[in-house]
Design a binder for this molecule. Structure first.
Ligand SMILES: *[C@@H]1O[C@H](CO)[C@@H](O)[C@H](O)[C@H]1NC(C)=O
Ligand SMILES: *[C@@H]1O[C@H](CO)[C@@H](O)[C@H](O)[C@H]1NC(C)=O
Ligand SMILES: *[C@@H]1O[C@H](CO)[C@@H](O)[C@H](O)[C@H]1NC(C)=O
Length: 157
């Protein structure tokens, strides 16, 4: 039996733009904002809450440009507000004291030119059992990063 695997060095074109800590939403790139709205959509679909939730913090946002796509990671928290989803547009909303807070973690592979989503992982959860998240994101990235030939080796046995 012969098992061969080729590993390639992940060569990012351009800078890896990564920041962590508290990031103002206004500083997110267009693709990070797109990621945020996709994750928010997923959050409302999954939990169908009566209340409107608002972003309480952005903990991580990064973007890496590759030759055939753009990899975005986004981690933020959403907290229950005093508005219902129906009146969230017409009234000013603020966090509910002791309102539930969810941690939303995601990564996306966007097609370079169209910015269509080619691969993604989105997860919003209230608990902190989040070990699988890194693994899922690693997959989203590695599935898409084409072997560049810049550096590769073969493991045969
Ligand atoms: C990465 O790609 C995006 C979208 O094409 C572009 O707006 C951004 O400036 C690029 N960033 C870098 C560091 O090349
Ligand atoms: C990716 O998109 C950027 C901006 O749209 C463009 O400058 C670049 O040439 C594209 N790269 C490839 C490999 O198509
Ligand atoms: C939510 O709270 C804010 C600040 O206390 C208040 O101005 C706003 O009217 C409240 N919204 C609703 C829908 O009760």
């Amino acid at each position: 039996m012969k098992i061969s695997r080729t590993w390639s060095l992940l060569v990012a074109l351009g800078f890896i733009v990564a920041v962590s800590g508290q990031i103002p939403v206004s500083e997110l790139s267009d693709l990070q904002k797109k990621a945020m709205s996709l994750v928010t959509e997923h959050f409302y679909d999954k939990y169908n809450p009566r209340n409107h939730f608002i972003i309480s913090s952005v903990l991580e946002a990064s973007q890496e440009n590759f030759s055939d796509g753009i990899f975005v990671r986004l981690h933020f928290k959403k907290k229950r507000s005093n508005c219902t989803r129906k009146n969230s547009r017409s009234r000013s909303c603020s966090f509910l004291k002791n309102g539930a807070e969810f941690s939303c973690f995601s990564c996306f592979w966007f097609e370079n030119n169209s910015h269509n989503v080619e691969s993604e992982f989105r997860d919003c959860a209230q608990n902190s059992q989040t070990e699988h998240r890194e693994e899922q994101c690693r997959r989203v990235k590695e599935e898409r990063v084409a072997p560049s030939g810049a550096f590769s080796f073969l493991i045969s046995q």
